[in-house]
Ligand binder design. Structure first.
Ligand code: NAI
Length: 391
């Protein structure tokens, strides 16, 4: 079972940039970070609108003087305090991640950044080098990878339960943007603006999630890819609201990714199917407590979260917060990840390299991979859906 006993000397003093009132993802960060009392929310620059950010921050329990008008003031003023923030989460639109993460690292903070990590690959590489220089954690919020059954899939692949991986099928194809909802939704509007979203909409917004997860489960690296992308809502061009990608992985495996915002009627359709020589695994985020295990020639097995037959009962993290049969969900997955971030930050602070080497969390390498994938897809699609090298 999950170990809820306190494992740090003191909670990590934590702040946020973005995630203001009405934002899509701000609450998820706050709920996850504070779930196990490992982070204490003490300061923020929550909103582009400073007054609204201050009002919201105080209503979340922050001291008014620690609700800052912007991230630069947040980092500068907190650095002057003995009890200033030690870590920050960045939950702002895509184009701002690089400059805010860079400033945070330069201010000596540990950073949890939203995906896609940056717009340009070189910026993500620069952030990685800066985090190494500063000896700080730089995590990327691939929030679905805290689910217990995703870790079970990873462990099954590692142990050879399905044999060598041959095919990886990935999708994140919802229907929420099948009409021009950006006319009335600020959160959708910036996503269709290349200056804020980057060169892609749905591949970056959703495709990066199963792509990261598949890499995490299989450990396979992409060699080359081919992408076709479309804007079914024409005003979104050049940004795509639908894309299909073919992958060739190092070692011979192949794969596909369907990323879509116009899959009418679909809630998420975020699935990762890993086909091995002997068997296949399939995980679907709408049924996250189950993992399909299909051995050739045998009846399908539905593995259930919280059961003794699972491999991944990693004590403390990504373990059962409640016994099997009770549904765990999105917030548990996020809390598991924040738990992992807290342990990583603690290890960075103690300079415990041995712990960090064996401790998994979604780090900047996964962030770099996502940005590479997005840019390679755009290059491929915009040259007529040609094969392009990944690196
Ligand atoms: P949103 O548009 O709903 O909210 C953005 C918030 O950031 C707003 O409160 C806005 O006022 C604030 N903001 C913008 N620029 C700022 C700045 N320079 N300083 C301070 N605050 C600023 O956006 P949403 O949907 O919450 O997305 C934010 C980020 O999170 C995006 O990069 C997105 O890709 C990512 N995201 C990740 C998800 C995941 O599952 N990991 C799910 C949803 C979004």
């Amino acid at each position: 079972m999950f170990n809820e006993e306190f494992q740090l000397d003191a909670p990590i003093r934590w702040g946020m940039v973005g995630g203001g009132r009405g934002s899509e993802i701000g609450y998820s960060h706050r709920a996850a970070a504070q779930r196990d009392r490992l982070f204490t929310f003490v300061a923020a620059a929550l909103d582009l609108d400073a007054e609204r950010g201050r009002d919201f921050g105080t209503k979340l329990g922050l001291a008014p003087e620690r609700c800052y008008p912007d991230y630069k003031t947040l980092f500068a003023e907190e650095a002057k305090r003995e009890d200033g923030i030690q870590a920050v989460s960045i939950a702002t639109p895509n184009s701002t991640h690089y400059e805010i993460a860079k400033a945070a690292l330069e201010a000596g903070l540990h950073v949890i950044c939203e995906k896609p990590a940056t717009i340009h690959v070189e910026d993500a590489l620069e952030l990685k080098a800066l985090a190494e220089k500063q000896n700080k954690m730089l995590a990327v919020m691939y929030g679905y990878t805290g689910f217990q059954m995703v870790h079970q899939a990873r462990e099954m692949v590692r142990r050879g339960d399905i044999g060598a991986v041959r095919v990886i099928q990935m999708s994140f194809a919802h229907g929420f943007h099948n009409t021009e909802i950006e006319k009335n939704s600020p959160g959708a509007k910036w996503r269709m603006n290349p200056e804020v979203s980057g060169p892609s909409f749905i591949i970056g917004d959703c495709g990066t999630h199963p792509f990261y997860m598949a890499g995490m489960i299989t450990g396979l690296k992409v060699k080359s890819l081919m992408c076709s992308r479309q804007s079914f809502i024409e005003s979104r061009a050049p940004l795509e609201d639908n894309a299909h990608v073919l992958f060739q992985f190092e070692g011979g495996a192949v794969g596909t990714l369907w990323a879509s915002a116009i899959n009418s009627g679909s809630m998420h359709q975020q699935k990762v199917r890993i086909v091995g020589e002997k068997a296949s695994l399939e995980w679907w985020d709408e049924y996250p407590n189950q993992l399909r295990y299909e051995v050739q020639g045998e009846p399908v097995r539905i593995l259930e979260r919280g059961m003794g037959y699972l491999h991944n009962d990693d004590p403390g993290v990504s373990a059962n917060r409640q016994g099997g049969g009770h549904a765990e969900g999105f917030f548990e997955s996020w809390a598991n990840l924040y738990h992992r971030y807290a342990l990583a930050i603690d290890a960075y602070n103690r300079n415990d390299k041995a712990f960090l080497e064996s401790h998994w969390y979604p780090d900047i390498d996964g962030g770099i991979d996502g940005v590479k994938m997005v840019n390679a897809c755009v290059k491929s699609a915009d040259n007529g859906a040609v094969w392009v090298d990944y690196d």
